[in-house]
Design a protein around this ligand. Sequence first.
Ligand code: B12
Length: 225
Amino acid sequence: MDRCPPSGHRHVQLVERYLETQLAGDVRGTLRLLDEALARGTPITELQCQVIQAAQREVGHLWEGNRIGVAREHQASAISQLALAHLFSRAQPEPSRGISVAVACVEGELHELAVRLVADYLELAGFTVSYFGSNLPTGSLVSMLEQEPADVVALSTTMTFNLPALRRTILAVRERLGEQQPILVGGPALADAPGLSTELKVRTAGSSPSELVAGVQAVLRERRH
Ligand code: B12
């Protein structure tokens, strides 16, 4: 499966055109760009990872530098959300691995696109994904997992100020579902908490499709030992 190189990759021009149409608020133009790339044989994971994810990071830089306002960022991100759904509907998932993964942002975390991508990557790689989106109250997650257990729980945290919520969620899941429940954590905030995974006995994983799949496999292997 493809890795997700941060820069200097072969889709630089496509990222520029995607950004341009996205920032112009041109929904159909953005989807057309993706369809044209698909018709040229570009793999869907490359479009998700090396085009849409790369463009979103650039949107962040523009926003941070006050070169676009909040309304433009919201519009651009909404277009990327639609673009991901568009690609998902065209993708052919790998055969089922018979492994279920519950995917959610911790309580208070609003960065849904990150966790949407995680869910899409895993689903297309053959995992059975239950996707719970952003800002999931901890109690609701735990009740849901009691009703519908998942082989792996994958939790996303973008903002550093949501790390206490991540900690609470891990502790609540372990309390109600047992110490053996495999938990995978990820998202930009984890870079600010290097000791957290060892302390709470969870596993972190990177952001590319291959790193995510390897993360789920590793956390399941660890449970068996
Ligand atoms: C869009 C956006 C928003 C939107 C989100 C809308 C949506 N539907 O998702 C909204 C407007 C809600 C928002 C709000 C805020 N945001 Co914002 N946002 C962004 C932006 C521009 C893009 C995010 C995105 O889509 N990234 C693309 C995703 C796909 O990439 P990713 O996050 O790296 O995800 C990958 C990995 O992290 C990993 N991963 C993620 N989760 C998991 C989980 C597991 C288990 C694993 C293994 C891996 C994994 O895999 C993912 C897929 O490959 C970023 C810029 C950026 N650099 O990302 C800022 C950014 C993250 N936001 C930022 C800020 C400051 C905020 C606000 C505080 C702003 C405010 N003042 O209100 C709030 C906080 C809201 C909250 N409580 O969570 C800062 C954070 C800086 C920091 N670290 O402190 C950033 C970096 C912008 C910036 N450069 O300043 N934001």
